[in-house]
Structure formats: C-alpha cells, structure tokens
Design a protein around this ligand. Structure first.
Ligand code: B12
Length: 219
C-alpha cells in the first residue's frame, strides 16, 4: 500500500507548505483530484489524528497541519475556478458546518468537488448558527444544502437543522456529510429529501447519477 499520505503528513508537520503542494502536484499528474482528496489528504489528516491521540504531536502541530492542508485545497480551488465554464446554467449549492463544529477540511473538499462539477457554490465554513444559515439560504435559494458534522454529540443539532431546512418552501435537497456520517451511517435521518453522504466518492456518484432532476429543473 502507498504511504503517500504519511509523507504528506510529515511535510505538513514540518511546515513545508510549498514542498507539500509540489508533492500534491506530482500526484495529480497520474491521478484525479478526487483520489488526492479521498485517498491522500483525508488519510494524511486521519494519520495526524492518530499521532495526536498517541501524544506524538501537539495541538499546535495539528493546527499547522490543518493550515497547510487548507492552503493546498484553496490553491487547487483557484486553479479550478480559472477553468470552469460558467456560461451554462449552473445548479446551486450552499455548504456549512453545524454550530460549534470546528472541523471543516472535509466540507471544504466537498465545496471544491461541487465547483469541479460546474456548480455555483457558496461555502460558509464551519460553526454556523441556524439563524445565520437561514438568512443566507433565503437570499441564495440553493438547490442543494451540504451540511457537515464531525462529533457524535452534534446529533441533536443536526436533527434540528434537518427539521428546519426540510420545510423551506423551495424544497432543497439536503446532503449530510462529515465524520458522523462516515462513522455512524445515520440512515434513520434519510428521506426522499435528505441524503447521507459517506465520503467524496459517494458524493461524486451522487453528482453523476442522483442529480439529474436538479439539472432538469434549473435548465
Ligand atoms: C484537525 C483536527 C482538529 C482541528 C480542526 C481543524 C479544522 N478547522 O478543521 C482542531 C484542533 C480544531 C480539532 C478540535 C477538536 N477535535 Co479534532 N480532529 C482533527 C483531525 C486530526 C483531522 C480532521 C480532518 O481534517 N479530517 C480530514 C477530513 C477530510 O475528514 P472528514 O472530516 O471525515 O471528511 C471526509 C468526509 O466526512 C466527507 N465530508 C466531510 N464533510 C462533508 C460535508 C459534505 C456536505 C459532504 C458531502 C462530505 C463531507 O469528506 C471528507 C472526505 O471523505 C481528526 C482526526 C480524524 N480522524 O478525522 C480529529 C478528531 C475529529 N477530533 C476529535 C476531537 C475529540 C476534537 C476535540 C473535541 C478535541 C478537544 N478536546 O478540544 C475538538 C473539538 C472542536 C470542535 N468544537 O469542533 C476526535 C473526534 C472523536 C470523536 N469521538 O468524535 C478526532 C477523531 C481525533 C481523535 N482520534 O480522537 N480537531
């Protein structure tokens, strides 16, 4: 098995952001961006989590690694927005992390994945209170709302958000992602309006197959 993620994690911990980006660019010669996100950057961050759990790195190291991972995702996003053809009618997605949730790297990758597929994206970051997300939602009226939650004790907040957003009058599709979706499945939250997304490969599948009705409505 490749240990690209460990090499990359070490570059993060050494604070080598330019070298880390060069490493990523080399991987992108032979692999799609989805592979980079799902199979390299995500395992690199999980590996950072293991080192942290074992007390081999400090919280400051973890923050440094997150900062460099974020830098890479942002840099890839800039390359992307230059290439996207915005002349055709685009479906819209808004993404945010639930109140008090600080973990946002996966959410940002999801935003980038939507952009790569030509969607109009509003990425609002983590830790957004429902009242604030609602004000932006009413302005933007997205076809899809992507919500992220990592920690298990966010479940009641998540349920509350789903309940509120499912009643929006234009009936957006709600995609639930994040570590909670990955670890706990959350299938009891699903309905014809709410879809739990395990990871970015699952998101990509949904973007390819499950999304036709949204494209039809916006064209
Ligand atoms: C970096 C990190 C932090 C950083 C967060 C930086 C940031 N701004 O994101 C800081 C230091 C702030 C932090 C804080 C905490 N953390 Co932390 N953290 C991590 C770490 C190491 C990496 C997180 C990460 O970036 N993962 C990489 C991303 C890409 O993975 P992901 O989120 O799972 O996303 C994937 C999917 O879920 C999906 N996805 C995610 N969101 C969305 C959204 C949509 C719409 C879609 C479609 C898909 C999608 O896409 C990704 C690719 O598949 C993890 C370890 C781990 N295993 O994840 C611990 C971890 C999540 N943290 C943990 C804990 C306990 C905490 C704290 C409670 C610690 C504390 N005592 O203060 C706090 C809580 C802060 C808070 N209020 O939210 C635990 C959680 C354990 C648990 N039982 O839930 C973990 C697992 C570490 C551990 N092994 O113990 N953390």
């Amino acid at each position: 098995m490749s240990n690209h993620h460990e090499t990359l994690a070490q570059l993060f911990l050494d604070g080598e952001e330019e070298k880390a980006f060069e490493y990523v660019e080399t991987l992108l010669i032979d692999h799609p961006q989805l592979y980079l996100f799902e199979d390299i950057l995500t395992p690199a961050m999980y590996y950072i989590g293991e080192l942290w759990e074992k007390n081999k790195i400090t919280v400051a190291d973890e923050h440094l690694a997150t900062g460099i991972c974020d830098f890479i995702i942002s840099k890839l996003d800039t390359n992307l927005s230059e290439g996207v053809n915005s002349s055709k009618k685009q479906p819209k997605v808004m993404l945010f992390g639930v109140e008090e949730e600080q973990h946002y790297i996966g959410l940002k990758m999801a935003a980038n994945t939507f952009r790569a597929e030509g969607w109009k994206v509003r990425y609002l970051g983590p830790n957004l209170r429902l009242e604030h997300s609602l004000s932006q939602l009413h302005k933007f009226k997205p076809d899809v709302i992507g919500i992220s939650a990592a920690l298990s004790y966010r479940l009641s907040t998540l349920k509350n958000i789903i309940h509120e957003l499912a009643h929006l009058d234009w009936r957006p599709t709600l995609l639930i992602g994040g570590r909670m979706a990955k670890s706990y499945g959350l299938s009891d939250l699903e309905s014809n309006q709410v879809i739990v997304i395990r990871d970015l490969k699952h998101l990509e599948e949904w973007l390819q197959e499950g999304v036709e009705s949204i494209y039809n409505e916006t064209s």
